[in-house]
Design a protein around this ligand. Structure first.
Ligand code: NDP
Ligand code: MG
Length: 391
């Protein structure tokens, strides 16, 4: 039996992880969760999981509310509710935990991924922003502590599976990271001035949290994934091509120096990469939608030319290091938040990123304090850009 700590349990990835655990409850046990504010959902998870012993609540008000609501549950097993960062660290390092899933969204997940990297455990990583912003710090820490990081972002899990059994990446010639293209595929940025938040959140293939769904609509998600891949697979950015694949069936392709290309395919369903990452040597079963290969119509097209500027910033980040990733990520988070809150139009998301990135002042210091500082300064800059657009 493997005991799982699910960080970001109340989100979309959290749902998929819970489903995989439910289908394999003889091998997988949910022992701990974390969330930010969604007390009602956390309570539902709690009721469904009798062996759930540890709950970490990030938001202080939500923590108090959660404790008050849980008071009347009989203490059938030792249960512990926590809130302080040191308590999260203790939980991550708790001897009873075998697998940690990092599924918090955005830069907010960096702290937990950083702690998990020290743990020496198996870490399933969904939170791409923590690698974009902290890859140069976090991955060496993971290596030093023999922490096994397995990506569950579908493209990275696909690459991981395609590389499986290879001795290293020396024989890799090229890696194609596929992109669905989001709801606005084949539209240029100038067509997107007046799209609504609802339209941008209507992803054709995937049901995900709001932030990553907007990132998919702008294709900034693919830029974040390029940076994530560069760190996770220790390859230069020029090994990676970004290609639009509207069906989201082929999740990425690895081409070797001998001309073989290997891809991983499945219906768009996050439970597939999660099940793969949860398994040890043998795969674990889940119910899944089989692909009907006789009716598949797969197509691939080039990354939209008007998103090459944003892609080239991501490539610059790959070449200059993850402190530049902090800037790219924070500018994007502020831009997306401003779009969702109706402060800026969709097309202005790019402008906020470009202008904030142009004004960056990046320290070379590689520490968690420095990352937090660059993130904070960038958010101030990005908010100024938003303000200048809205005035
Ligand atoms: P959601 O927005 O659905 O869920 C986010 C989770 O993080 C929630 O549990 C939320 O708690 C928690 N959270 C938010 N802010 C904080 C905080 N400050 N401190 C602690 N916890 C916090 O996101 P997704 O599940 O869609 O995405 C999670 C990560 O996985 C992202 O990095 C995303 O890019 C990546 N990813 C997601 C995919 C998907 O299919 N959804 C696919 C590939 C990658 P609460 O609910 O209480 O606010
Ligand atoms: Mg992805």
């Amino acid at each position: 039996m493997k005991n799982i700590l699910l960080l970001g349990a109340t989100g979309s990835i959290g749902d998929s992880v819970l489903n995989v655990i439910k289908q394999n409850n003889k091998e997988l046990n949910l022992i701990g969760i974390s969330f930010n504010k969604n007390v009602d959902k956390a309570r539902e998870i709690f009721v469904d999981h009798p062996y759930l012993s540890y709950v970490h609540v990030e938001d202080q008000k939500a923590y108090k509310y959660f404790c008050a609501r849980m008071d009347y549950y009989p203490d059938s097993s030792p249960r512990d509710w926590t809130h302080r960062p040191s308590e999260l660290e203790d939980l991550i390092n708790h001897e009873s935990i075998d697998i940690i899933v990092c599924a918090i969204s955005g830069f907010a997940g960096l702290k937990a991924t950083y702690m998990a990297a020290h743990s020496g455990k198996k870490v399933l990583l969904a939170n791409k922003e923590s690698i974009v912003a902290g890859g140069d710090l976090i991955l060496p820490i993971a290596k030093e502590n023999k922490t096994e990081i397995i990506p569950i972002d579908s493209e990275h899990n696909a690459i991981f599976q395609c590389l499986n059994g290879e001795k290293g990446t020396e024989d890799v010639k090229k890696i194609i990271i596929t992109a669905s293209g989001g709801p606005f595929i084949n539209k240029s940025i100038s067509d997107l001035k007046n799209v609504t938040v609802k339209e941008a959140l209507a992803h054709p293939n995937w049901k995900m949290g709001n932030k990553v769904t907007i990132d998919s609509a702008t294709l900034v998600n693919k830029c974040l994934e390029l940076i994530e891949a560069k760190h996770l697979f220790s390859l230069d950015e020029n090994y990676f091509d970004l290609v639009v694949h509207p069906q989201s069936i082929v999740h990425s392709i690895v081409t070797y120096i001998d001309g073989s290309s290997i891809c991983q395919m499945s219906s768009p369903d996050m439970r597939v990469p999660i099940a793969h990452a949860m398994s040890d040597k043998n795969r674990i079963p889940i119910d899944f939608n089989s692909l009907d290969f006789t009716s598949l119509n797969l197509s691939f097209q080039e990354f939209p030319p008007d998103r090459l500027e944003i892609q080239s910033i991501a490539r610059e980040v790959c070449n200059k290091g993850s402190n530049y990733g902090v800037v790219f990520n924070a500018a994007n988070e502020i831009a997306v938040e401003s779009f969702i809150n109706a402060k800026i139009n969709f097309d202005k998301i790019y402008e906020v990123i470009y202008r904030t990135f142009d004004n960056k002042n990046v320290s070379k210091d590689l520490s968690i304090e420095s990352i937090n500082d660059i993130d904070m300064q960038t958010r101030i800059e990005a908010k100024k850009v938003v303000k200048s657009i809205t005035n």
